[in-house]
Write a protein that binds this ligand. Sequence first.
Ligand SMILES: Nc1nc2c(ncn2[C@@H]2O[C@H](COP(=O)(O)OP(=O)(O)OP(=O)(O)O)[C@@H](O)[C@H]2O)c(=O)[nH]1
Ligand SMILES: [Mg+2]
Length: 427
Amino acid sequence: MSGTIFALSSGTPPAGIGIIRISGPQAGMALQALAGALPEARRARLALLADPRDGMPLDRALILWFPGPNTVTGEDLAELHCHGGRAVIAAVEDALAALPGLRRAEAGEFTRRAFANGRMDLNAVEGLSDLLAAETQQQRRAALMMAEGHFSRRVERWRETVLTLSAMTEAALDFSDEDDVPDAGIEARIRDDIVALVRDVDAALTAPSAERLRDGIRVVLAGPPNAGKSTLLNHLVGRDAAIVSDVAGTTRDRIEVHAAIGGVAFLLTDTAGLRKAADDAIEAIGMDRARMALEAADIILWLGDPAEMPREDALLIAAQSDRRERDDRPGLRLSAKTGEGMDRLVAALLERAARMLPGEGDYALHQRQRHSAELVKGHLRAAGTSDDLLIVAEELRQARNAIDALTGQASTEDMLDRLFAGFCIGK
Ligand SMILES: Nc1nc2c(ncn2[C@@H]2O[C@H](COP(=O)(O)OP(=O)(O)OP(=O)(O)O)[C@@H](O)[C@H]2O)c(=O)[nH]1
Ligand SMILES: [Mg+2]
């Protein structure tokens, strides 16, 4: 994990520009070896890069020099903005590899160094990972909030508060040891502060789920055979993802389709029509799968009898409205043929989704973060409800451990290996 690393940090060549980053103690030496002299710190300069082995020109590039520790990685850092041709990048990388102490970076190694040097905590790293993977504008906004450290700073405040509380508890314990008259208010203050902190952790836990944001809100279309479920799915995703026919029981398995609707990621699931008795074993399995999908649904579109709605909050759809002259069915009137009601359906989906997803300026929490924050809360609760100062002190210590797990200060190499392997080379 040590040494000076380099990698192409921009996209795969050929491209207009290829940015090679170099990070580590030899970064300045490497830049000097190729460009002749170090440019002024944090100022772009045009330079002719030459191969230090034979002095032959490599490329004319814009070079940047960022002396550590105030850099993204926390180390000395250099950037070469070369022409983005394959041979150019290969030649520059080759020249760098030949320098003493330099080697090619592994996936995510720049970010890992930033983490190791305390430039970002695990929460920010995860935000960055989500930012790179973001496909919808909403994912981008929430990931940026996380990557920018909005959650990290909140957790840091928790940590400071817990440290202060621990110190106060120790002081109160000393008093009681000495049989001195303790500051009467101190225990009450500890308790009050713990209650306030629990409230803030609780508030943070109401943040929407990052998994939902990433994988899409799960919308399940269900109802009896021939209701028009597959037709509706195809309309929503704008292509023929599911087979449509007038044969009852056309859809036999679950069909999952990812779709961005109004900038929001959805995972739409078409299911086999539900009826009392199945014709054969396969249909029975299909119906079981439909029921399982319904259990996991965030939003259900029910195209069936209102009396048989699988869940109270299902969105009732009166489908194929064009086929009825007089339609007094309850629910949202919808026709795949005339397009009636499609706008309203999309609006209803977006409105419900908005309640499950981060709003403007909010971040979302991953399962890992939620789990650790729950642990923090549990220990704080235990501390706040105990009359025994020794227990209060111990629970506060445990809360601090849980906070360290949340920020990654207490994470294992294994876990970090897995996380950073998911990054691209050059990040
Ligand atoms: N006129 C009209 N026909 C529709 C509409 N929606 C679906 N249909 C027709 O109704 C029939 C059944 O549609 P599907 O979408 O296959 O119904 P389904 O609910 O998926 O049925 P299963 O997969 O068998 O459970 C097909 O012939 C469709 O063309 C609609 O809004 N108007
Ligand atoms: Mg179908």
